[in-house]
Design a protein around this ligand. Sequence first.
Ligand SMILES: Cc1cc2nc3c(=O)[nH]c(=O)nc-3n(C[C@H](O)[C@H](O)[C@H](O)COP(=O)(O)OP(=O)(O)OC[C@H]3O[C@@H](n4cnc5c(N)ncnc54)[C@H](O)[C@@H]3O)c2cc1C
Ligand code: FES
Length: 274
Amino acid sequence: MASPMVQDFTTPVIRNVDLGRGNWLLEFQAESAAREMRPAQFFMIGVPGSDVLLRRPFSVCGLPGTFSDGSQGAVQVLYRVYGRGTKLLSSLGPGAPLHILGPLGRGFTSPPEKTTKIVLVAGGIGCAPFPAFISELQREGRRATMIYGARSAGELPLLDWFRERCDEVVVTTDDGSLGARGLVTAPVEARLEARGQNPLHLYVCGPTPMLKAVAKRALAAGVVCDLALEAPMACGFGVCLGCVVPTHERPDGPVAFERVCVEGPVMRAERMAW
Ligand SMILES: Cc1cc2nc3c(=O)[nH]c(=O)nc-3n(C[C@H](O)[C@H](O)[C@H](O)COP(=O)(O)OP(=O)(O)OC[C@H]3O[C@@H](n4cnc5c(N)ncnc54)[C@H](O)[C@@H]3O)c2cc1C
Ligand code: FES
């Protein structure tokens, strides 16, 4: 779905909660931007007056109604501290101003056919867009299965939240500290094999190697697969071309380049010319 009216605004932090292991949940007031937003769309977020000049992209994690304690018009962003921008964000307390641009990009859309089985695949902090999506599915009277992988047990933020709201959450960790030892691809393959004649739709968000591995298996099985892509972003609105990825209309067709910030971040697996 195309982005609704993009807004550029300054708004205070409502709360910025340390979830442990470098994961934080930031809440801010977004008013009409929150009402128009789709799961997996994103905001560019900066801190006015700081020496981190470029805003950074973050998926919307919670839209109004996703987390029961979220106030009207407030949205939440789940982020992991990596470098200067996210370290600065984690230092902010309630009332600190944020410089926001959004909503941006194209988000997830639930399958039109109600009998389609929905499988969400998340790698670590790639779980960020799924709370908003799961809440939307709940409002439609639908539930999903989630396959949630990370390097180790401490890197699975909001795991209990997902367990309460999904039919099933299958956990994998690289080190075997929780769930099955290994990658998300093994339970993905199991779901693809077990689906029989039933339609299935995969929604995937996480590191690019994980997206590629899941996309490959989905394509081989002929299953619809939406990928929430990550790319370096300077502008977030289609001008700098820093975020382009190779795509094609058909596997043997010519390769074009599309902008993750405008044509994505959600793209169909078959469009990718990786
Ligand atoms: C559409 C979109 C949505 C996103 N949504 C989220 C989200 O909801 N939550 C979230 O935490 N992140 C999200 N990201 C990633 C997030 O934008 C980056 O983590 C952030 O820009 C890092 O900024 P920084 O200044 O802290 O790090 P930088 O100073 O820019 O980078 C510091 C170091 O960390 C590495 N690094 C930066 N980002 C990542 C990363 N994501 N994975 C691995 N290494 C990295 C860099 O290569 C560099 O070595 C999203 C990215 C995109 C494109
Ligand atoms: S981030 Fe500038 S074109 Fe996409």
